[in-house]
Write a protein that binds this ligand. Structure first.
Ligand SMILES: O=C(O)CCC(=O)C(=O)O
Length: 280
C-alpha cells in the first residue's frame, strides 16, 4: 500500500504532468492469474478481435469484465491504485469502464485521442475521469506501449483525430499501472512484435457523472450482490453527496441487500440540525 506521501505525490504528478506510473505494484501471481483469465474467457466465449479501427482490428477488448470472473474484481479495488484515484477525484468516485486491451501482433498504432473529448466542457478542465492502464506484459517500444503527450491535459483543445503527434512511449514492466487524467492525449502503440501485449483499461469518474459502461444494468443483480461493498459502490450502487443517484430517497446499495445505505442530504441536514439543537 502506498504511504500518504506517495499518494499525494502521484496525485500531484497527475495534476501537473497528466500522468504517473505506479511501477511493479501488481503482484506477479495476480498478473499471471489475470492474463490466464482473459485467455480462458476468450476461448470459452469464443471472443474475437474488435471490429472498428479505433478499437483495433487485432485487439481483443472484453468489456463488462467484472461479470466474467471474480479475479477481475481485484482490479478496480487495487490498494495501490484506488487511493490515488480517490485523492484526485474523491471517495465517492465510480468505476467508469473496465476492459481488456490485448494487442495482437500486427496491431497498428491507435489514433491519438483523449477519453473525455466528447464531453462539451471548456478546456482545460479539472480531471473528470482517470484511466488506469494496467501493464500485464512488459510494455516495450515494439509491442505497443501506450503513447502519451505529457502535459496535453492542460491544452485548450482536443487532438485532431488521425493526425500524427510527437509522443512519448509509456514503457513499463509488467505489473505496473499508468494512471492518467483521461484528458491527456494518448493512444495505443503499434505492436510490431510477435507476441500479444496484455493490458487493461480501468477508468474511474466522479460520482456525479454518467459512467461510460452502464454497470448497474450490465452486471446481473446476483453477481453484484456477491461483490465486496466497496466494489458495489464503485459500480454505481451509491449516491453522490447524499443527492445524486438515489432511488425514492434510498441509497441503491440497499437493492443489493445491504441494510442501511447513506442518508439523503435533506434527511442528513435535519438530523444534523436536531443534534445541534439538542446540544444548545
Ligand atoms: O491500448 C492502449 O495502450 C491504449 C488504449 C486506449 O487509449 C483506448 O482504447 O482508449
Amino acid at each position: 500500500m502506498p504511504s500518504e506521501a506517495e499518494i499525494a505525490s502521484h496525485a500531484a504528478r497527475i495534476r501537473e504532468d497528466g500522468y504517473t506510473v505506479l511501477e511493479r505494484v501488481v503482484a506477479p501471481q495476480l498478473v499471471d492469474d489475470l492474463k490466464a483469465a482473459v485467455e480462458r474467457i476468450e476461448r470459452e466465449h469464443n471472443l474475437g478481435t474488435a471490429t472498428t479501427s479505433f478499437e483495433g482490428y487485432k485487439t481483443l477488448r472484453v468489456n463488462n469484465l467484472l461479470t466474467y470472473d471474480e479475479v477481475f474484481w481485484e482490479v478496480p479495488l487495487h490498494e495501490a491504485v484506488l487511493p490515488v484515484v480517490e485523492a484526485v477525484l474523491d471517495r465517492e468516485c465510480l468505476l467508469s469502464s473496465f476492459c481488456s486491451l490485448v494487442l495482437g501482433p500486427g496491431q497498428e498504432a491507435q489514433p491519438i485521442h483523449e477519453d473525455t473529448q466528447l464531453i462539451p466542457l471548456p478546456r482545460p478542465h479539472i480531471p473528470i475521469t482517470l484511466n488506469a492502464i494496467w501493464a500485464l506484459s512488459d510494455f516495450t517500444a515494439t509491442n505497443g506501449a501506450t503513447r502519451i503527450v505529457p502535459g496535453s491535459h492542460k491544452l485548450d483543445h482536443a487532438p485532431e483525430y488521425g493526425k500524427d503527434y510527437e509522443t512519448q512511449l509509456a514503457t513499463m514492466p509488467a505489473g505496473s499501472v499508468m494512471l492518467f487524467d483521461s484528458a491527456l492525449w494518448h493512444g495505443g502503440g503499434a505492436n510490431d512484435s510477435d507476441a500479444r501485449r496484455f493490458a487493461f483499461s480501468c477508468a474511474y469518474c466522479w460520482g456525479w457523472m454518467r459512467q461510460q459502461e452502464n454497470l448497474q444494468l450490465g452486471i446481473p443483480r446476483e453477481t453484484a450482490q456477491r461483490m465486496p461493498r466497496r466494489l458495489q459502490e464503485l459500480c454505481g450502487y451509491s449516491v453522490y453527496k447524499g443527492q445524486f443517484g438515489h432511488i425514492d430517497n434510498h441509497d441503491p446499495i440497499e437493492l443489493l441487500g445491504r441494510e442501511r445505505g447513506k442518508r439523503m442530504v435533506w434527511e442528513a441536514t435535519d438530523v444534523k440540525k436536531a443534534r445541534q439543537a439538542a446540544r444548545a
